[in-house]
Design a protein around this ligand. Structure first.
Ligand code: DSN
Length: 443
């Protein structure tokens, strides 16, 4: 039985008791199967990940950890506040061990925390582990590709801490000399290297040297590129970074959650900052699904997938350049492409990125609007962000990337023409159905 059929049967069970929710699940499955997902932070999970999420571990409260810390040493002793932990403890230890094997080449020198319910709390926990309120942190500005939790003005990471920002240079690249100058000027206690919309490689070694020079902790938020770092498609943050955070649902194809991996000496303070300082009981079903996803990400199949993600992004970006779209940073070296659609160079007038994202969606191509360097308003930006993790999971390759670039170009050219958009939509549905029909992933 195909995994989609399995899930359709599971939905029948829901439908027998709750038709309203079942109908929405079925409609969402159809939406995903009939559109091309280019949102670089989205992906499709395996049946194993999805079923682990639906397992009886969802019923269990497990506040605390399956270990305790004593004088900086991790002791294999039940550190929970509730009874009934024999399986939960084994599960969380397994997830921790797999995280260490996946993210480091020396598991005994590091510690992993798998309890963050997503990337934002993972970052908040790390910041809380090292900084007192009012201390200074430094990260990439949101309008230059940084994340809200890297100290943006609407985030608690700037309300509780003094946030300073670095940006990109005129070529749309990280300017490491300028980052070093800012670090020396502001002396942050924590430097965040990482982004949500940066298409180029990050020099973690240089970041490490800068952090060392000013006595800062270096946090590498690799939520977007984790799958590339662990397969060698992008330089790895360790040993230069002190801590890594990552979501597990983006390129890693796991459940919606966050993982923290730090040098072992920081384990006690990171664990404490996550629980009890920030969160309550961990989501044990999510931890089960994370363990599954970590194992999948250590496979040869996943290695080949990560390579193809990068190849696909390269072809898509080169083709978009041929259609004279303006690509921020000049192209891509990872899974992500950022286009300034308002100031493009192909003669097409795009009113704003929100409008263009809506027209693309009507054509069946799902992206997200995004700030580009210099954009003042995140809710009315000039950019469209796209990426290849999801389409690569479906099995699409270079040929399909060329086709998708053409469909994006046609959508831009005929954006005002509803009948042309409907024609493009039919092409999209035909293309994507060839890949979703037999997919082993849950869609
Ligand atoms: N989820 C992040 C992304 O889409 O990159 C933003 O929080």
């Amino acid at each position: 039985m195909k995994n989609r059929e399995l899930f359709s049967q599971i939905n029948q069970v829901i439908a027998s008791k709750d038709s309203e929710v079942a109908e929405l699940i079925s409609a969402e499955s159809y939406r995903q199967r009939s559109t091309i997902c280019l949102i670089p932070s989205e992906n499709y999970v395996s049946a194993e990940v999805a079923l682990a999420l639906a397992s009886p571990f969802t019923n269990k409260y497990s506040e605390g950890y399956p270990h305790v810390w004593k004088e900086g040493n991790l002791i294999d002793k039940n550190g929970r506040y509730y009874q009934g932990q024999e399986n939960a403890n084994k599960l969380e230890k397994l997830a921790i061990q797999r995280a260490l094997e996946l993210f480091t080449d020396n598991p005994s020198a590091y510690h992993a925390n798998v309890q963050a319910i997503s990337g934002a709390p993972a970052n908040l926990a790390v910041i809380g582990a090292f900084l007192k309120p009012g201390d200074t942190l430094m990260g990439l500005a949101l309008d230059y590709g940084g994340h809200l939790t890297h100290g943006h003005k609407v985030s608690v990471t700037s309300h509780y801490y003094n946030a300073v920002h670095y940006t990109l240079n005129e070529e749309g690249k990280l300017d490491y000399d300028e980052i070093e100058r800012l670090a020396e000027e502001y002396k942050p206690k924590l430097i965040i290297s990482g982004a949500t919309a940066y298409p180029l490689k990050i020099d973690f070694e240089r970041f490490g040297r800068i952090a060392k020079k000013v006595g800062a902790i270096l946090l590498a938020d690799i939520s977007h590129i984790a799958g590339l770092c662990v397969t060698g498609e992008h330089p790895h943050p360790f040993p230069h970074a002190d801590v890594i955070t990552s979501t597990t649902h983006k390129i890693l194809r796991g459940p919606r959650a966050g993982v923290i991996v730090c040098k072992k000496e920081y384990g006690p303070q990171v664990d404490k900052a996550l629980f009890p300082a920030l969160q309550g009981g961990p989501h044990m079903n999510t931890i089960a699904a994370m363990a599954v996803a970590f194992k999948e990400a250590m496979s040869e199949e996943y290695k080949a997938y990560a390579k193809q993600v990068v190849k696909n992004a390269k072809v898509l970006s080169e083709k978009l350049k041929e259609y004279k779209f303006k690509l921020i940073s000049g192209g891509t070296e990872n899974h992500l492409i950022l286009i300034d659609v308002v100031n493009n160079e192909n003669g097409v007038t795009v009113k704003n990125a929100s409008w263009f994202a809506e027209r693309l969606e009507l054509a069946g191509i799902v992206t997200n609007k995004n700030t580009v360097p210099g954009d003042a308003k995140p809710w009315n930006p000039s950019g469209i962000r796209m990426g290849t993790p999801a389409v690569t999971t479906l099995g699409m390759k270079e040929k399909e990337m060329e086709k998708i670039a053409e469909l994006i170009w046609l959508t831009a050219k005929h954006a005002e023409d509803d009948s042309k958009i409907a024609e493009i939509r039919s092409e999209v549905e035909l293309l994507v159905s060839k890949f979703t029909e037999d997919s082993n992933f849950i869609i």
